[in-house]
Design a protein around this ligand. Structure first.
Ligand code: TMP
Length: 212
């Protein structure tokens, strides 16, 4: 019997929407229901490229804006062989941020078109589902202060949110908007239901190529 492939499930959203908490809960719930599932996150800060990105995000180094965009993309590409191997083994991957964050964050900077930003990520494994955790800037502010990393300001996060809204208009990607203002368990139940549907639908489909 051939092994059914795993699904690639991505969680996106602006800061404070609860992505990491929800990724962890989703992985646990899928594992508890007997589905092989692993979590990944981007940027993956442990690789050599990831360390350059980490130092940039922590404001310990400066990198030219195009350069850092390409490093974020390279950080995804360097993990593609591993991702494909896992998906082909039937393991579901729950991913905290992906190319959509890459495009939304860089294109929120002056002088960057959406097209230019999307190009380096064209052809990445295409997610079977991208859930966008929606939270208004006011609701995000009520969840406390932003951290101290680069990009963690209300003004920049608003610009990023607008770019995500543009990306969500693309019908070639299976987007699902999740109302993240609700309590953790309600948000989780919603995310789990959508994920199970995506896993069932992906089983017999080949892995797609993003934005191609
Ligand atoms: P996180 O590790 O807390 O999710 O934060 C990573 C930061 O990097 C966050 O501000 C979003 C940003 N980012 C990019 O600018 N480009 C990317 O491609 C990715 C994945 C994240």
């Amino acid at each position: 019997m051939t092994c059914r492939r795993g699904a690639l499930i991505v969680l996106e959203g602006v800061d404070k929407a609860g992505k990491t908490t929800q990724c962890n809960k989703l992985v646990q719930a899928l594992q508890d229901s007997g589905r092989q599932t692993e979590m990944m996150k981007f940027p993956e800060r442990t690789t050599k490229i990831g360390q350059l990105i980490n130092s940039y995000l922590e404001n310990k180094s400066n990198l030219e804006d195009h350069t850092v965009h390409l490093l974020f993309s390279a950080n995804r590409w360097e993990l593609v062989p591993l991702m494909k191997e896992k998906l082909e083994q039937g393991i579901n991957l729950v991913v905290d941020r992906y190319a959509f964050s890459g495009v939304a964050f860089t294109s929120a900077k002056p002088g960057f078109s959406l097209d230019w930003c999307m190009n380096p990520d064209m052809g990445l494994p295409k997610p079977d589902l991208v859930m966008f955790l929606q939270l208004s800037p006011t609701e995000a502010a009520q969840r406390g202060q932003f951290g101290t990393e680069r990009y963690e300001t209300t003004v920049f996060q608003k610009a990023v949110q607008q770019k995500f809204e543009l990306l969500m208009k693309d019908p070639s990607v299976k987007w699902q908007v999740i109302d993240a203002a609700r309590n953790i368990e309600d948000v989780h139940a919603d995310i789990k239901n959508h994920s199970v549907d995506a896993i069932n639908a992906a089983e017999n489909e080949p892995i797609g190529e993003l934005w191609k």
